[in-house]
Ligand binder design. Structure first.
Ligand SMILES: [Zn+2]
Length: 452
């Protein structure tokens, strides 16, 4: 189990303004070299709490994370406790990664037979690898608690998204502030109570409620991450279902950005909002130069100045399109579906608002960027590896454009609609709907293009 090469999944590299890829969550491989390190502690701390009624885990998710965090922004001290419910499907041993700064790690629960905690690393940052063994005879979902505390120091964490200060607390999976299943594929729903002194507003990829002494973050759709941002100093603009929070120093005109977000939402909801429309979104603008990211209805932007152009429109639409286009397993070849389709839909939005020339110019830029690159196929039968950036974000959208040209816009629109609203999580399923809508010849031509 240890010493294996693991592929980091949740890469959201963004092209931003200069065309330089700014990597929100850098895609790369990392080695969990825990076996080299002798230090290991066995904590069979399986104090038998009786099982409580398990929360309902919706389709598409494996976990319910019921968390509580106490945080002191001055000292950076955090205390966390999570009651996890895992819809088990036969696995009896699962490893979790945790930020290496955390101490006093305990794992307890009625279904646990063994716990091993070893030093490890995650993307060059120190981490703890917590391997939990479950009783194979256990009935129902596994239920267990993971608790820990420590001084959360943000200096060393790369990329520099995660931080705790008196004006902002921003946490994503990059910092391993939550225990993260090393299969990198299991989705979760969550309810996290954050207790912190002072007057804070919060955003997440879900809902935020005020509670006594803090905020409650509710993620009720399947997620890979629990991204939360708390802010005590910001300017806010609201437009329809959008909230824009500007945490930068200085005053900027936010109206054009609100307008773009509204445009993308209307565009996407009209096409794909039946039966489930995009629930509005929160956009947070940060002081930093790079590392923007998006988690469906939470979008974190870098300092965009006041440059409101087609690239920003495309970026916002791309991120919002992930509300639908995120069903492929992101650690596999199928991540091309997630990224290429979100990206192409965003280019369609540019075409709708800015015109055909703006769209053609964008696609020509994509073609030019990959022209001299030696890239692997987008998809062939038996291919499993997660595609590189240029395949997911450039080669894939170009192949989808080719499909649109082959099938014609009307037929293509129906293929796209079905991709977005049905559970199309693999390329063979996509090829089936291409065949149903456009016929076997176009399916074959598209499939051949994917294999180039
Ligand atoms: Zn994306």
């Amino acid at each position: 189990m240890c010493c294996e090469l693991m592929r980091r999944i949740m890469s959201v590299p963004l092209f931003w303004k200069t065309g330089v890829p700014i990597t929100a969550l850098v895609g790369a491989c990392l080695t969990l070299s825990a076996c080299d390190k002798p230090e290991s502690s066995a904590i069979a701390n399986n104090v038998s709490d009786a099982k409580v009624a398990a929360p309902v885990i919706p389709d598409g998710a494996s976990y319910f994370y019921d968390g509580e965090m106490r945080v002191d922004p001055e000292s950076h001290q955090v205390d966390l406790t999570w009651d996890l419910t895992l819809q088990h499907a036969g696995e009896t041993q699962i490893s979790y990664l945790l930020n290496g700064e955390f101490e006093n790690i305990t794992v307890t629960g009625p279904d646990i037979t063994d716990v091993q905690i070893e030093p490890s690393e995650f993307f060059l940052n120190e981490a703890s690898l917590v391997t939990v063994s479950f009783n194979p005879e256990a009935e129902g979902p596994y239920q267990f608690n993971i608790a820990y505390s420590g001084q959360f120091l943000d200096e060393g964490i790369d990329p520099p998204i995660n931080s705790i200060s008196s004006s902002k607390i921003e946490l994503t999976v990059d910092s391993l502030w939550l225990p993260f299943d090393t299969r990198f594929s299991e989705r979760l729903v969550a309810e996290v109570d954050v207790f912190v002194d002072g007057d804070w507003s919060g955003v997440t990829n879900g809902q935020v409620e005020e509670i006594d002494g803090g905020l409650r973050f509710i993620l009720d759709r399947p997620n890979l991450d629990i991204p939360i941002i708390l802010m005590s100093d910001y300017r806010q603009t609201e437009s329809g279902d959008y909230k824009i929070y500007d945490t930068r120093e200085g005053e900027y005109d936010l109206a054009p950005l609100a307008d773009m977000a509204g445009y993308c939402t209307n565009y996407l909801n009209e096409l794909y909002g039946d039966p489930v429309p995009l629930p509005g979104a929160s956009i947070v603008i940060n002081q930093r130069e790079d590392s923007g990211y998006a988690r469906q209805s939470l979008i974190a932007l870098t300092d965009i100045g006041e440059e409101y152009d087609a690239d920003l429109l495309q970026f916002v639409c791309h991120e919002l399109a992930h509300f639908w286009s995120l069903k492929g397993n992101p650690s596999t070849v199928e991540n091309w579906l997630n990224e290429s389709f979100a990206d192409y839909v965003a280019n369609m939005a540019v075409r709708e608002r800015e015109g055909e020339d703006a769209f053609e110019a964008r696609m020509a830029r994509y073609a030019a960027r990959i022209e001299s690159q030696d890239l692997p196929p987008i998809w062939t039968e038996g291919q499993t590896t997660r595609p590189p950036y240029a395949v997911s974000y450039r080669k894939g959208p170009l192949a989808i454009q080719y499909l649109e040209e082959l099938a014609g816009r009307e037929v293509f629109a129906e293929i796209m609609r079905r991709y977005m609203v049905e559970t199309i999580d693999t390329t063979p399923k996509l090829l089936d709907i291409v065949e149903q809508e456009a016929g076997p010849e176009i399916r074959q031509a598209f499939q051949d293009r994917l294999a180039e």
